[in-house]
Design a protein around this ligand. Structure first.
Ligand SMILES: [Zn+2]
Length: 103
């Protein structure tokens, strides 16, 4: 049992946002663009380090896959599928604290 794991993870196509309900009942909504901005895969990190904006007009999410009990993998509409998002990282993105973690 992973205490960080949310009760519910859903991608809402209409609002283009990931909606999470955490164990304490609080809710978070993270846009597809925010997920892409904070993608921590090696390719996106390298681009960010040289100042390339990784957000494209296709930052929509096409699929969300569970990564065991520790988080999710996000597949973007442009085919980018390297992003792994552990629960604490999603909490940080939702709380606008992800910049501290990724730099
Ligand atoms: Zn990436």
């Amino acid at each position: 049992m992973n205490l960080d794991a949310p009760h519910s993870v859903k991608y809402k196509k209409q609002s283009e946002a990931l909606e999470l309900i955490w164990a304490d009942g609080s809710k978070s909504s993270i846009s597809g663009q925010a997920l892409r901005r904070y993608c921590a895969c090696s390719v996106c990190r390298a681009k960010k380090q040289v100042g390339i904006d990784v957000i494209t007009d296709k930052a929509q999410v096409s699929n969300i896959l569970p990564m065991g009990t520790s988080g999710i993998q996000v597949i973007f509409a442009d085919g980018h599928d390297k992003g792994i998002y552990p629960w604490p990282y999603l909490q940080a993105i939702a709380a606008n604290r992800a910049m501290e973690l990724i730099n």
